[in-house]
Design a protein around this ligand. Structure first.
Ligand code: PMP
Ligand code: GLN
Length: 385
């Protein structure tokens, strides 16, 4: 987790955001919204603070939020969960992921199958657990996993198949065929499935299907999500993990020594959010569609070849043809804030060292900003083309 010289390596998000601030660039790097979430949700947090919800909540999370998560899973997906035993509230999806991996992995003989490129904390948490990451590539330009690659990656030593759907950084929404194969392979090798669904309400084309709804999946799947993306409150860090009671207990055993508990006044506020009417969730996806399309058109106008993501905040562009000899997308992104006034993240930040060359021309742009901001970023990119 340290740089080769032994110093602390900042995450790519911290590094690129710092460069964006330094050069007053539009930050399409780190994925956070530039607008607040729904007024009811914000007001509920303020009310909670004013009414004294400021001490340690219960270890599993406040009952009102666990019930709201259970209601949400039933309402959107038909999943039935016991809020007493099958749901744990965590400090964002990040803690849910880390606590889950630390709880379920048992050293160097355990393998975790991960779709690459992957969210940066996955590799760090697998390393903390002392286990081995086995990647399944999502290749440009379709950025979909290949079933043969998936089958080759899962085997005797696979303890967990870790799925992020919709996927960061590619925006891929997994196909029904891939989802079914994940469940089949996990059952065949008696592996667990851990799903990161933080972009569940940002499926732009189609609808979200949690893997836990597939036949035979629920008993071996832990489902993780959080309120940051869904309610534009990324700084609140309220997440949750749900699934079989014995697995949730194992995660709680770790979580209690990581943070113990978290976010008391934000928990009832996220519960209010989870109960908002369908129109809120529909509008969130429709807004993201408009932003994705605007960003995609802008990137094409600037001369980039782009993916069309079906979900998440992100669009991947192939900047390879525009690079100078010897330059890669990481170098391109490092100078982009100063040269163009826009920040973005190279996909090499989301892959293992050995596979960087396969992603050397690809850049992730985040479309979670207001349309006027995305339009201005597109104008700057086109002007520099
Ligand atoms: N997983 C993915 C795929 C993400 O993009 C993020 C980042 N926002 C997280 C997990 C972390 O979520 P949280 O902020 O709730 O910890
Ligand atoms: N999830 C966000 C992203 O991928 C930010 C995460 C972070 O800053 N750690 O951009």
């Amino acid at each position: 987790l340290l740089s080769p010289d032994g110093t602390l390596a900042a995450t790519i998000f911290a590094e690129i955001t710092a460069a964006a601030v330094r050069h007053d660039a539009i930050n399409l790097g780190q994925g956070f919204p530039d607008e607040d979430g729904p007024a009811e949700v914000l007001a509920a947090a303020v009310d909670a603070i004013r009414s004294g919800v400021n001490q340690y909540p219960p270890g599993r999370g406040m009952p009102v939020l666990r019930e709201a998560v259970a209601d949400h899973q039933h309402r959107f997906y038909g999943i039935d969960l016991d809020p007493e035993r099958q749901i744990l509230i965590t400090a964002g999806a990040t803690e849910a992921l880390t606590a889950t991996l630390l709880a379920l992995l048992d050293g160097p003989d355990d393998e975790v199958v991960v779709f690459e490129p992957y969210y940066d904390s996955y590799a760090a948490a697998i390393a903390l657990a002392g286990a081995r990451l086995v990647p399944v590539p999502l290749r440009w330009p379709d950025l979909e996993p290949d079933l043969a690659d998936l089958r080759a990656a899962v085997g005797e030593r696979t303890r967990i198949i870790l799925v992020n759907d919709p996927h960061n950084p590619t925006g891929t929404v997994f196909s029904a065929e891939v989802r079914a194969e994940i469940v089949r392979l996990a059952a065949h090798h008696d592996a667990l499935i851990v799903t990161d669904e933080v972009y569940e309400h940002l499926v732009i084309d189609g609808t979200h299907t949690p893997i836990a709804t597939l036949p035979g999946a629920a008993e071996r799947t832990l489902t993780i999500s959080s309120g940051g993306k869904t309610f534009r409150t990324t700084g609140w860090k309220v997440g949750w993990v749900s699934g079989p009671a014995d697995l949730v207990d194992a995660v709680l055993a770790v979580k209690q020594y990581l943070t113990y508990v978290n976010g008391a006044p934000f928990q009832p506020a996220i519960a209010v959010g989870l109960g908002l009417p369908d129109a809120y969730f529909d509008d969130l996806a429709a807004t993201q569609r408009e932003r994705r399309d605007l960003l995609g058109e802008g990137l094409i106008a600037a001369g980039f070849d782009v993916s069309t993501p079906a979900g998440s905040y992100f669009t991947v562009a192939n900047v390879g043809p525009l690079l100078d000899a010897g330059e890669d997308a990481a170098g391109f992104c490092r100078t982009l804030p100063e040269r163009v006034g826009v920040a973005a993240i190279p996909l090499t930040a989301f892959v293992s060292e050995d596979h960087r060359a396969d992603y050397a021309g690809l850049v992730r742009f985040a479309a979670c900003k207001r349309t006027d901001v995305i339009a201005e970023a597109a104008r700057r990119l086109a002007a520099s083309a």
